[in-house]
Write a protein that binds this ligand. Structure first.
Ligand SMILES: [Cu+2]
Length: 183
């Protein structure tokens, strides 16, 4: 009887451990591949369309965008292009939202003013529930470094953000994995 209980305890520890390792983040987590189909580029209309998926994987308790956290993914667009982000919440548990914000330290604990008009989803504070969608649509008319940030209180500060760059010196948008870390 005692033996059976201790085995059950070991199993529980073994199951819980990877979750803890992921929550503490960084190097222990499996590397998410960048799927280039997330990005669609129209060079004629100078429009970039990005599939922005909240909670795509279980990384960081699903507090991730497209499987990346803490700036581990960067979308770079040329200055003046139109940016459309199709936001979808893939997380079956928690609501999420998204907005493009200034690259600020420390990270905000909830919604702040977006860096561009219409660069935010509905219900920034409460979030959109599982499988709800909304579009961000704006013109990237200011160069610089920004964050794509979940506005649900606590989520962004816990790592639910990736990077967005607007550059006057590139001709085509790109999407790449980047070193994760503080903004
Ligand atoms: Cu969130």
């Amino acid at each position: 009887m005692v033996k059976a209980l201790s085995v059950a305890g070991l199993v529980a520890v073994a199951v819980a451990e990877p979750v803890v390792a992921r929550a503490q983040g960084g190097t222990a987590a499996p590397t998410q591949a960048v799927d280039q189909s997330w990005l669609q580029v129209d060079t004629v209309t100078k429009t970039v369309t990005f599939q922005l998926v909240a909670g795509l994987t279980g990384l960081n308790g699903a507090l991730n965008f497209n499987g990346f956290r803490d700036g581990g993914l960067t979308l770079t667009v040329p200055l003046g292009w139109t940016v459309v982000m199709h936001f979808r919440n893939h997380d079956g548990m928690l609501p999420h939202s998204a907005e493009v914000i200034a690259d600020t330290h420390p990270l905000p604990t909830g919604p702040v003013a977006p860096a561009f008009p219409r660069a935010f989803t509905l219900r920034l504070d409460q979030g959109l529930i599982s499988e709800q969608t909304d579009d961000l649509r704006f013109i990237a008319d200011k160069g610089g470094s920004y964050l794509i940030f979940c506005g649900v209180p606590g989520h962004g500060a816990a790592g639910m953000w990736v990077r967005f760059e607007v550059s006057g010196s590139i001709r085509k948008p790109s999407l790449a994995a980047t070193p994760a870390g503080p903004p």
